[in-house]
Design a protein around this ligand. Structure first.
Ligand code: SF4
Ligand code: NI
Ligand code: NI
Length: 708
């Protein structure tokens, strides 16, 4: 059979299945019943992106079948065959949507199935920084489980976001591969239809970050091809359904590498029978280059391990976490005071344990020196410790400064991991990520109780205090330079953040000091200084230089920006924001929701739905993506009256920002314990309930000028 015939035959099978599924759904639920994949604002996202039609009812699925039918050709051109791939994708989405409509939980653990919008958004920063360099989709079954695990682990150690479909899932489970959305290895499902859930991720990246219009399929294809570095690996024998799905992938710009020969299409469909070479062939096909830093440690070091947790039962050693004293400090010293790559342990190492878990005090002191190093960069480097340590397979890091909390797992210990390896990782990462400012780095690890206590008193506390003073003195008024950040343009082409001392980047990962350090590290890189000149309106935060810069960097897409307003020319959003703020007119204020909150808000929308109102670098008055830390700032909604406009937040977010928010409210309005006036989901999520609570508490927003 030739390749096209195989694709058409696979497509026919999906078509058949989809038609039967729709019939079944109509019979069991009726045409008016709702159909929706969980927690997405884009209905059936693939069909929505391709056709512009939101399918929201079971009856609507009949229309979806017809829409897919529009791509069904059985002709002789390559495009006709690829169209059949598109039709297959649409049929798969229908099949999967029916599963979610008829079954309570079609993908029980460890399977993932559909990903929510929030889960996709959470990958945003890692994608734009190329911390996630690629997205492998592995389909089928490898010749043995050892091969499967070694390929998947190879991708994982490169930081990739890997999706698994088919028996390869069981093979990875058998080999103990660490899996889950936090570990960047995601078992989608056993049936080939579940592959649509990764197609949906790619397509939603285009809708969410790219702001590509639903219905403009051509533009979506261009976006996924250029910006989503996905590719497919097919193991063992393929069948016609796999090949039809492969055609859909190719149409989106994702090359496929097959173990079993089917055919070859240069750069798109490649044959690689040698499992040892699958990874290299795939990376080449997608032109992915991986920077490798050789680190001397007996365990994996990869950003994919960042989300790994070490549970109590798996724990070998523990530092901090209220059990022992633990702190970390990066300090700038003179070049002459540092011996590069010196790693010293002062006190017992973890192999002296008499009982497990072994609890020790800990001081991590990292001395850095360099001609371009500045004291202002110390906290920037220090905060990276959290990531560097979490990158270690079998190590967990929580907190910062003197609330640092580290766990080392039993497995890591058995593989030979010791304290000096913490030092090796820190050293390598500091030199690698901060090469321009760090010429020399030395790590001293103290576990001697008396020494730790003494150093905390003498060197750590004074440093923390002086940094806090410096941060507190850093206001927008106190500096003459802001920074632009355009890192997210790789996914949101028109988006620009303006980062000021009081307003950090909306991803939450870039503060003014971070931006300043980034500029120093890479003078022509993503962060550039913006002179704070030409103030047109202090209240709204309008500067001619800021607007000019945004116009340049967005290539004319956005020409005017008010830094402190949500209503007039607000700053744009890319899609990876930590929080979304939207107006609640009847309360004369705003609602803020963080990405982690999955339920409905008083605006009648979920985080995902609110978030879908903005993104892709487009200005949307009334909606604003922002970082968590911005909430306690005096500049938050400054133009509309400030933080007094905040009427509702999820409880977790409220608790997280309470201290700063209360302090700011006291200073601005002389209100005590302002957070207590803000409603949350444990009090009310309906308009009436919220209003009742606000008036009961005498919330200031009710007395303010009308917000719209
Ligand atoms: Fe993206 Fe803005 Fe964060 Fe830069 S500061 S990474 S542009 S969200
Ligand atoms: Ni880890
Ligand atoms: Ni972003």
């Amino acid at each position: 059979m030739n390749l096209f015939k195989i694709i058409y035959s696979g497509m026919d099978k999906y078509k058949d299945e989809a038609e039967k599924a729709v019939q079944k759904a109509i019979m069991q639920k009726g045409r008016d019943a709702g159909v929706k994949l969980p927690q997405t604002a884009y209905a059936l996202p693939v069909i929505y992106a391709i056709t512009g039609k939101k399918i929201i009812t079971v009856g609507g699925l009949e229309e979806a079948l017809a829409l897919a039918g529009g791509f069904v050709h059985q002709g002789k051109t390559l495009q006709q065959a690829l169209d059949a791939g598109t039709a297959s994708a649409m049929y798969c989405e229908i099949i999967e949507a029916v599963k979610y409509t008829l079954e309570e939980n079609p993908y029980p653990e460890p399977l993932q199935g559909h990903l929510t919008d929030a889960q996709i958004r959470a990958f945003g920063v890692a994608l734009v920084t190329q911390d996630i360099p690629g997205v492998p989709v592995i389909i089928g079954e490898c010749k043995d489980s050892h091969t499967a695990a070694s390929i998947v682990k190879d991708y994982q150690e490169k930081g990739m976001l890997t999706f698994l479909v088919g028996k390869v899932i069981d093979q990875c489970i058998a080999e103990g591969v660490k899996m889950g959305i936090d570990l960047r290895v995601i078992p989608l499902g056993y049936e080939i239809e579940s592959v649509i859930h990764v197609v949906s991720v790619a397509i939603r990246a285009s809708l969410i970050f790219g702001n590509v219009q639903p219905g403009d399929y051509q533009a979506h294809k261009q976006y996924t091809k250029d910006r989503v570095k996905a590719f497919v690996n097919v193991f063992s024998d393929w069948d016609d359904k796999i090949i039809a799905a492969g055609a859909a992938a190719i149409e989106l710009g994702f090359p496929a590498v097959t173990e079993t020969y089917i055919n070859e299409v240069p750069t798109l469909l490649l044959h690689q029978p040698d499992n040892e070479k699958t990874v290299d062939t795939s990376l080449e096909a997608r032109k992915i280059k991986i920077k490798v830093t050789k680190i001397d440690a007996p365990v994996g070091i990869s950003s994919a391990f960042e989300g790994e947790r070490i549970r109590k039962a798996d724990m070998y050693a523990e530092f901090g976490g209220n059990k022992t004293k633990a702190f970390e400090l990066v300090r700038m010293v003179d070049l002459s005071e540092v011996e590069d790559h010196k790693i010293e342990i002062i006190g017992p190492d973890i192999d002296t344990a008499d009982s497990i878990p072994y609890r020790l005090p800990l001081a991590l002191v990292i001395d850095v020196a360099g001609k371009l190093m500045q004291e202002d960069f110390e906290p920037v480097l220090e905060r990276r410790l959290h990531y560097f340590l979490n990158y270690i397979e079998g190590v967990m890091h929580v907190g910062q400064r003197n609330i640092s909390w580290i766990r080392i797992g039993k497995e890591a210990y058995e593989k030979g991991f010791r304290l000096k390896h913490l030092g090796e990782v820190i050293y390598a990462k500091m030199r690698d990520e901060f090469d321009t400012v760090v010429d020399k780095c030395q790590v001293t690890i103290y576990t001697d109780a008396q020494k730790v206590a003494e150093l905390e008193e003498k060197i750590a506390f004074p440093k923390y205090v002086s940094r806090d003073r410096r941060l507190a003195s850093l206001t927008d008024e106190s500096v003459d330079t802001f920074y632009s950040c355009k890192l997210c343009q790789s996914f949101a082409p028109a988006h620009v953040c303006i980062v000021t001392p009081e307003r950090l980047g909306l991803c939450g990962a870039v503060s003014w000091l971070d931006a300043k350090a980034t500029k120093e590290l890479d003078p022509h890189g993503s962060a550039q200084p913006v002179p704070k000149e030409g103030c047109l309106d202090e209240k709204k935060g309008i500067w001619t230089e800021v607007s000019k810069t945004v116009a340049e960097i967005s290539q004319g897409a956005v020409t005017n920006v008010s830094l402190y307003s949500i209503l007039e020319d607000p700053m744009t959003s890319c899609g990876c924001f930590e929080c979304i703020c939207g107006i609640m007119p009847e309360a004369n204020g705003v609602v803020i929701v963080n990405r982690e909150f999955g339920e409905i808000t008083p605006t009648g929308m979920t985080f995902g739905e609110l978030a879908s109102m903005t993104g892709g670098g487009v200005q949307t008055p009334g909606f604003m993506g922002h970082g968590r830390h911005f909430i306690g700032s005096k500049k938050f909604l400054y133009s509309e009256g400030g933080i007094a406009r905040i009427v509702w937040m999820p409880k977790e977010l409220k608790n997280d920002v309470a201290e700063r928010l209360n302090k700011t409210a006291k200073e601005l309005y002389d209100i005590d314990n302002f957070t207590d006036m803000i409603c949350d989901e444990t009090i009310a999520t309906d308009s009436e309930g919220v209003l009742e609570y606000l008036s009961e508490k005498g919330h200031p927003a009710l007395e303010m000028e009308s917000i719209i």
